[in-house]
Design a protein around this ligand. Structure first.
Ligand code: FMN
Length: 178
């Protein structure tokens, strides 16, 4: 048995399966994408995302009071990791990933390639640990009827149904300086 020190857990190193999603925010013309693992459903129609105050996306969501959650297939592991490596302050992530921007029902830029994109308006913003927790109320759901191999991770590696598909904070570097 491997023992993990409690202070390590406070740093976020919980070696279990975590979801991973792309949060989209900003305006249809000037949009951003951030990779998050602090994402989940709180109650019917309510989800949360945890985003550090230092992220550019944090500022955009506070300004517009809305955001999108886009779950992804393993085939986009490189793009997902890339969106967690670089900041929208410096690059246009839609441009580099070549994701198709699809403006949703309430004006949120969504990712066309996502099998499941959901639009939210911000209901409440909390401060918990290192993160701001944005609680969002669902406004619309866009689901594509395709076969999906959902992407998740354990803090170190990304996984799909057939096992590991790449290393976290590594595989996306292939899109830097292309
Ligand atoms: C797999 C993965 C999960 C991440 N999860 C989060 C998260 O839940 N919250 C967060 O603030 N940053 C998270 N990050 C880091 C941000 O995605 C990263 O700092 C990003 O460059 C911020 O982009 P922005 O400045 O354009 O908002 C994660 C990164 C990766 C690779």
């Amino acid at each position: 048995m491997v023992k993990i020190k409690l202070n390590k857990l406070r740093e976020g190193v919980i070696p279990g399966p975590k979801p991973v999603a792309l949060v989209t925010c900003g305006e249809p013309e000037k949009s951003n994408i951030i990779t998050v693992s602090y994402v989940g459903q709180l109650s019917n129609g309510l989800m949360y995302v945890g985003i550090r105050p230092s992220r550019y996306s944090n500022r955009l969501i506070r300004k517009n009071k809305k955001f999108g959650i886009n779950y992804m297939d393993t085939k986009f592991v490189k793009e997902v990791d890339y969106c967690g490596l670089v900041s929208g302050r410096d690059v246009d992530k839609f441009k580099i990933t070549k994701f198709t921007k699809k403006v949703g029902n309430i004006g949120i830029p969504l990712i066309e390639e996502s099998p499941l994109s959901i639009e939210y308006v911000v209901d409440e913003i909390l401060r918990k640990g290192e993160h701001n927790i944005f609680i969002g109320e669902v406004r619309s759901i866009r689901r594509r009827e395709i076969r999906v191999d959902w992407l998740f991770h354990n803090g170190f590696k990304y996984f799909g149904k057939n096992g590991s598909v790449g290393n976290v904070y590594e595989i996306g570097k292939r899109l830097i300086n292309i």
